[in-house]
Design a protein around this ligand. Structure first.
Ligand code: FES
Ligand code: FES
Length: 157
C-alpha cells in the first residue's frame, strides 16, 4: 500500500507492507533512527513521536493509521541547527545519560508544553509518565523540562 504523510515538515510517500509499524517506517524506510525501539509493546516510551499534535508510541501504530498525518520526530526538533529549548535544557541539566529514552522524553515533554506551557513538577511527572528512564532518576529530566518551559514563549511547544 502507499502511504503519504508529512514528517518533520517534509512530504513523504512510500510503498509499504500493510502490516508495517510507524516506528519501523520512520527508522528503516526514512532512516530517522533517532526514534528508538525499547519494549515494542507500548510500555517504555522510547518510540514516542508526535502525531497530529499528540505524543504517541509509534511501536503500536500501523503506518496505515498515520496516512495523511503530520509527524514530528526528534530529528525535527532543532531548527536551523539551533537546538530546541528542551534539547538545550536537557544537555545543561544533565538529563541525558545513555540517551536511549531521550528522544521519546523530549517529544512527550514537547507535547506537554504545547498544552501546558508552565507545568508544575506533578504535571511534568504526569506528562512523561509513559517514558521510562533507567539512568537519571527523573529529577534532572523534570528540572530540564521546567527550565525549558521558563525559556519558551508561552504557547510555543
Ligand atoms: S518501544 Fe514503543 S513503547 Fe516501548
Ligand atoms: S538516559 Fe538512559 S534510559 Fe534515560
Amino acid at each position: 500500500m502507499k502511504v503519504r504523510m508529512r514528517v518533520n515538515g517534509n512530504q513523504v510517500e512510500r510503498d509499504v507492507p500493510a502490516d508495517r509499524l510507524l516506528v519501523d517506517f520512520l527508522r528503516e524506510d526514512l532512516g530517522l533512527t533517532g526514534t528508538k525501539v525499547g519494549c515494542g509493546e507500548g510500555e517504555c516510551g522510547a518510540c514516542t513521536v508526535i502525531m497530529n499534535g499528540k505524543s504517541v508510541t509509534s511501536c503500536l501504530i500501523p503506518v496505515a493509521k498515520a496516512d495523511g498525518a503530520e509527524i514530528l520526530t526528534v530529528e525535527g526538533l532543532a531548527v536551523d541547527e539551533q537546538l530546541h529549548p528542551l534539547q538545550q535544557a536537557f544537555l545543561e541539566e544533565g538529563a541525558v545519560q545513555c540517551g536511549y529514552c531521550t528522544a521519546g522524553m523530549l517529544l512527550s515533554a514537547k507535547a506537554l508544553l504545547e498544552e501546558n506551557p508552565r507545568p508544575t513538577v506533578a504535571e511534568v511527572k504526569k506528562g512523561i509518565s509513559g517514558n521510562l528512564c533507567r539512568c537519571t532518576g527523573y529529577t534532572k529530566i523534570i528540572r530540564a523540562v521546567q527550565v525549558a518551559a521558563e525559556r519558551m514563549p508561552k504557547g510555543r511547544g
